[in-house]
Design a protein around this ligand. Sequence first.
Ligand SMILES: [Zn+2]
Length: 299
Amino acid sequence: MSKPFSIGVDLGGTNLRVAVVSREGEIVDRITVSSTGNVIDSLTAAIERLFSDKINGIGLAVAGLTDGKKILSSPNLPILKEIDLVSVLEGRFNTPVYLGNDASAATLGESVAGAGKDFNTFVMLTLGTGIGGGVVYNRKLLNIAGELGHIVVEPGGRLCGCGGRGCLEAYASARAMSMAAMEAIDLKRETMMTLDKNGRIMPEDIYKYAADGDPLATEIFKNAGFYLGLGIANYINIFGPDAIILTGGLIGAWDIYVKKAIKTAAAAAFKELFAKTAIIPSKLAGDAGIVGAAELTYC
Ligand SMILES: [Zn+2]
């Protein structure tokens, strides 16, 4: 018999977030600590404070590649690659410990207690500095490579962080938009936008200019939205989902960026498939990963 609560952990590069989550995906208690010091000590101490005999297990969500038991690569917290965290925590708390990729965990969380709750099949996309995501198919989280941000939308196009060219992430992510704005300003294109003292501009600033009617800023968001729409059309044609769930900082620009993506996907995807796909924002937002991590202990 499984116990009624689990501990979910979101191991981010800045914060370590630990929560007690019910079987139904409700967060009942939580602790957030900085992940800049000794991560293992901070994590163990936080779990210690929340642990009880009602805990079914511990689920960990990490950015990077995992094989379920080991972290194969973790760009934000390289230390995790050297430590067998699952064994350390299993030994310490005498409970099963599960490991998952953060995007997959967030997708699972959204499926259990968020915007995906009522859908059998959906694709979730995290739109931030990079682009990631996961797929729930017939109510099951697909255990796939799932690098949804690295499908090619522009053959021979911009170089992507993954080493490939023309990836969705290289055109529709926050980083891609900042790059596009910086290039356009360098080329002296007409705009009110200016670079900060580090020679950069953030998407939230580009968005402010777009909202004020700056044509170049608007063009940057629409262009990114166009590529996002091509990506969405591909996911719709492959999975025939009930929904595409969007999360991450960029959905704040729904009225320009996502709207353009929806228009593009409508034109590019199979009409019958597009018509049955809801394109909606996530409900759990930043908590999806922690809820999904906890859910790993029931899967
Ligand atoms: Zn890529």
